[in-house]
Design a protein around this ligand. Sequence first.
Ligand code: CU
Length: 154
Amino acid sequence: MKNIMFIGLTLATFSYAKDKKLAELLSFQDARIFVPSKGSVATAGYAVVNNKSEKEVSLVISKAEPFKAVETHMTVEKEGRMAMEKVDKFLIPANGSLELKPGGNHIMLFEPSREIKVNEEIKVEFLVDGQNQEVPFKTIPRVSTPKKEETHHH
Ligand SMILES: [Cu+2]
């Protein structure tokens, strides 16, 4: 009897740990990548990264087919000029979020092996606290001027 109870407990613990592992720590909103401009070998991606867990979570980019290389970048001001700097990871605060946006933190994608079109889904792979998480990013036109602004200028 004692043995059976012990086995039951072990199984319960195991499936709990498995569920925990499958649950994604981060959720991504509005994940998008600019279609690379003609002749350009690099482009950037943005999203709002939400962390609903009780701990700070690290986000490391690992790959994004068909791009040959990927990096995480920060935008910093250097001698009055804005410059991009490569970082190893982003840290998403506990119960908080990090916005990846133009002029700020972003993901950088280099050398696509084929032409990237608008409205594609690029699967970006991250390591979230060391665990794989694949996030679909939508490709959008590089210059997406809101209609309101456009009419304002003409
Ligand atoms: Cu960059």
